[in-house]
Design a protein around this ligand. Structure first.
Ligand code: URA
Length: 208
């Protein structure tokens, strides 16, 4: 099982707060946005830099700036939306695609109902965003969609993952790196992560 756990103390503290059943919608949203920003900081650690000549008030110097690599983020609807703003605040020019999937009641497998991506998919590196990596079926299907459209470099940003979900993605897409804030114990019979945090979409949007 291969996933990078971003175990920064601030992330772990905020994650414990949002796991708490007594944390309300407003606080949940704010904390999730903060965690997303902190996770994006780590996930983008390998962004390439280039030398630029600048002039400070004191002297000329050669400094580092981002080389302009094209990035895209793709939240999986709807819970992925809760982690989008944090990343956008950190990378304001990032392009944002969206993928929507529903679960077929017969096969229980994800079916695409919405997909809108930047036009130059093949030229971008992508961060696919879904807070809960549970069975892994939706994330695997979303990676399939991105790859079919030409994406070559995909990372996944998830808040909480089950071991089963990570294994499924590792098997189906060994080239895709998974970043998580925590790997929990297991999935229960209803497909919820244990202990998890409940239904992330409901908690973000207050729809419970
Ligand atoms: N989706 C959620 O929102 N929570 C889980 O625990 C599993 C899937």
């Amino acid at each position: 099982m291969n996933a990078k756990v971003i175990d920064h103390p601030l992330i772990q503290h905020k994650l414990s707060l949002i796991r708490n059943i007594h944390t309300g919608t407003k606080e949940f949203r704010e904390l999730l946005e903060e965690i997303s920003m902190l996770m994006a900081f780590e996930i983008t650690r390998d962004l390439p830099l280039e030398d630029v000549e600048i002039e400070t008030p004191v002297a000329k110097c050669t400094c580092k700036m981002l080389s302009g690599k094209k990035l895209g983020i793709v939240p999986i609807l709807r819970a992925g939306l809760g982690m989008t703003n944090g990343v956008v605040r950190l990378i304001p020019a990032v392009k944002v695609g969206h993928i929507g999937l529903y679960r077929d009641p017969q096969t229980l497998m994800p079916v695409e109902y919405y997909c809108k991506l930047p036009s130059d998919v093949a030229e971008r590196d992508f961060i696919l965003i879904d807070p809960m990596l549970a069975t892994g079926n939706s994330l695997a299907a979303s990676i399939d969609i991105l790859k079919r459209k030409g994406a070559k470099n995909i990372k996944c940003m998830c808040l909480v993952a089950s071991p089963e979900g990570i294994q499924l993605i590792n098997n189906a897409h060994p080239d895709v790196d998974i970043f998580v804030a925590a790997i929990d114990e297991k999935l229960n019979d209803h497909g919820y992560i244990v202990p998890g945090l409940g239904d992330a979409g409901d908690r973000i949007f207050g729809t419970k």
